[in-house]
Design a protein around this ligand. Structure first.
Ligand SMILES: *Cc1c(COP(=O)(O)O)cnc(C)c1O
Length: 396
């Protein structure tokens, strides 16, 4: 692996120089006012990125997985029923965590490559007349398959069923890269990690709780200590943490939010959509198909690309790492060996994306696939040129 090349894995993502510097801080006393002055503005900025007026943001020294645990343990009790669709490795892992915590998970199995079936979940909720289901778990962007689910549609289905369950959304590979509407979608807990859309090193679980989720905390009986948001709330009220905070990362998050908000969230989403469009044009030019079952499911942060029968997709990833010092994502779980993934989120430009597409082409040709060098690059170039032309006309 070359440290000079950008990575094309769907997280951790490339870290902009300014953020690397922001994370590199001298030691400060985390119980001094200096830390509080850093912490509180960050929470407000994360809330703004989530499009929420009132969510309470908690930042744990952890990763997305710790965000899952924060959501579950603060709101639920052993034996509580939760409802979740399994359509990829990340929804699978969250379900597994629920089971290990002694929750009663009602799993809706979905072919990998499809999205969350809002209507099927709505039907399950409508049948649950005793309201035993306490929470619906949704993975907004299934990073294993490159599938974005429609959380607005899920919320509408929950409302139509007239069911009071909470809605927990894993936004680890969507938040800060694709549209996320905490308030409009009636999300109760949202979670992300620092190392994907926020362009930072791994190390923070970024979580947000609605009023309704906060109201569930006192009754929740699942054991929790490190992830107890009540301790965090007490700490925050005094300008600090219940333990030692990762000050450098929080400083980095402050700047990451500033960078995203200065670019404008609409522009950040448009940039991700454009870069993804270029990658998808390349996939089409290669004569390959996405794992995502239809255009309405296409993720703007990661593309999982199916290889033809007889071609082990992992060979492409291995070739890229060994020969070209470049990282792509392998297939996980059910789609291992069947797909390789190009991550296109975080700090990325059209120019960087072109280098990834070019490298993927070389690897595919190297392992004997019928790929014409330059075909995908040319297709992506057309997308990026057309968009650059439009942006230039707009600016004029
Ligand atoms: C990366 C990812 C996770 C896991 O996050 P970690 O930070 O590795 O713990 C969970 N869900 C989704 C959708 C992800 O993409």
């Amino acid at each position: 692996m070359s440290l000079q090349n950008p990575v094309f894995i769907p997280g951790p993502t490339n870290i902009p120089e300014a953020l690397r510097k922001a994370c590199d801080m001298p030691t400060i006393d985390h119980r001094s006012a200096v830390f509080g002055e850093m912490l509180h503005p960050v929470r407000g900025k994360v809330r703004e990125i989530l499009k929420s007026e009132s969510a309470e943001v908690f930042l744990f020294p952890s990763t997305g997985t710790g965000g899952w645990e924060t959501a579950l343990t603060n709101t639920l009790s052993p034996g509580d029923r939760v409802l979740a669709a399994r359509n990829g490795m990340f929804s699978h892992r969250w379900i597994d965590m629920c089971q290990r915590h002694g929750l009663d998970v009602q799993v809706v199995e979905v072919p990998w490559g499809e999205g969350i079936p809002a209507e099927r979940l709505g039907a399950v909720l409508a049948e649950d007349r005793g309201h035993r289901i306490k929470a619906v778990l949704a993975t907004h962007n299934e990073t294993a398959t490159g599938v974005r689910s429609d959380i607005g549609a899920l919320r509408a289905a929950m409302d139509k069923a007239g069911h009071p369950a909470m809605l927990f959304v894993d936004g680890v590979s969507s938040i800060a890269s694709m549209e996320f509407r905490f308030d409009d979608w009636g999300v109760d807990v949202a979670l992300a990690g620092s190392q994907k859309g926020f362009m930072l090193p791994a190390g923070l679980a970024i979580t947000a709780f609605s009023r309704k989720a906060l109201a569930a905390v006192e009754e929740a009986r699942l054991p929790r200590t490190f992830f107890d948001i009540r301790d965090m709330e007490k700490g925050y009220a005094q300008g600090g943490y219940p333990y030692t905070p990762p000050v450098g990362l929080i400083n980095g998050l402050n700047l990451a939010c500033d960078m995203l908000l200065a670019e404008g969230m609409a522009q950040v989403f448009a940039r991700h959509a454009r870069i993804a469009d270029g990658v998808r044009a390349a996939v089409q030019a290669w004569g390959l198909e996405l794992c995502a079952a239809g255009p309405e499911l296409w993720s703007d942060t990661v593309s999982a690309i199916r290889t033809p029968k007889g071609v082990n997709a992992s060979d492409i990833v291995a070739r890229a790492a060994e020969v070209y010092g470049t990282a792509f994502g392998t297939g996980l779980g059910e789609v291992a060996g069947k797909v390789f993934r190009i991550g296109h989120l975080g700090s990325l430009t059209d120019v960087m994306a072109l280098s990834g597409i070019a490298t993927a082409e070389m690897c595919m040709a190297d392992i004997g696939m019928d790929i014409r060098l330059g075909s995908g690059v040319a297709a992506a170039q057309e997308v990026y040129r057309a968009s650059a032309g439009a942006r230039q006309r707009e600016a004029a």
